[in-house]
Write a protein that binds this ligand. Structure first.
Ligand code: SAM
Length: 218
């Protein structure tokens, strides 16, 4: 089921179209992903003082030492996730809620976990005001996943572990896809992990730069 949401608001259509063109130039080709990136009001996911920069293809600070990810990376990870046609997705690292909002318009149900409670409270409000009601949020250590809601068709990590926590692999459905940055605090590589029974296949993509996954298993 695809959520309908017309988020075209205060910012100009042209600014958003420019961002989408940039995503296409960088290789994003899934039309549903591009359309959701175009219509989601990213300026509502950052502080008002930064809203004029919201449609630049760059990460921006969201407080508490955290960032909203670069739009290209959000689109790239979403495109990889969507290749598996998932119905349920677990996101680890809610942050501003932008990635969760993108996913919520493409899949049936999104579960997202964040360790910084004030961020999560802002996200709850944001998603409600955008009419996105298919996202469940939890204040918790995402390195242990959300076992009671799994297994998930897809899992997306927006903070980087040095190794994928076993708990997360266990919560990935058979045939499911996980997209995650893996590596040290300084540099990571984006990876797609596909679970086939008890075997996980890993495909490595480009170098990326995420905040580290903290917590017990991160
Ligand atoms: N997806 C976010 C967005 O769209 O704005 C960006 C996420 S930001 C790059 C990474 C987030 O992961 C931060 O908000 C951070 O607090 C969170 N994080 C780091 N370790 C975590 C953990 N063990 N459990 C839950 N959240 C974690």
């Amino acid at each position: 089921m695809r959520k309908q949401y017309d988020g075209i608001g205060m910012t100009s259509q042209r600014t958003r179209d420019r961002l989408v063109q940039r995503l296409k130039d960088k290789g994003i080709s899934n039309p549903a992903v591009l359309e959701v990136m175009r219509k989601t009001p990213r300026h509502l996911f950052v502080d008002e003082a930064l809203s004029s920069r919201a449609y630049e293809d760059t990460a921006l600070p969201i407080g508490y030492g955290q960032t909203i990810s670069q739009p290209y990376i959000v689109a790239r990870m979403t495109e990889e996730i969507m290749k598996g046609n998932p119905k349920t997705v677990l996101e680890v690292g809610t942050g501003s809620g932008y990635q969760a909002a993108i996913l919520a318009q493409l899949v049936e149900k999104v579960f997202t976990v964040e360790r910084i409670d004030p961020l999560l409270r802002q996200v709850r409000q944001r998603l409600r005001s955008l009419g996105l009601h298919n996202v469940q949020l939890k204040h918790s250590d995402g390195s242990i996943g959300w076992a009671s809601k799994g297994p998930f068709d897809a899992i997306l990590l927006t903070a980087a572990p040095e190794q994928i926590p076993t708990a997360l692999l266990e919560q990935l459905a058979d045939g499911g896809r996980m997209v995650a940055p893996i590596g040290s605090a300084r540099e990571q590589r984006l990876a797609v992990i596909t679970r086939r029974g008890n075997v996980c296949e890993q495909e490595n993509l480009e170098l990326v730069s995420f905040v580290p996954l903290l917590g017990g298993l991160g």
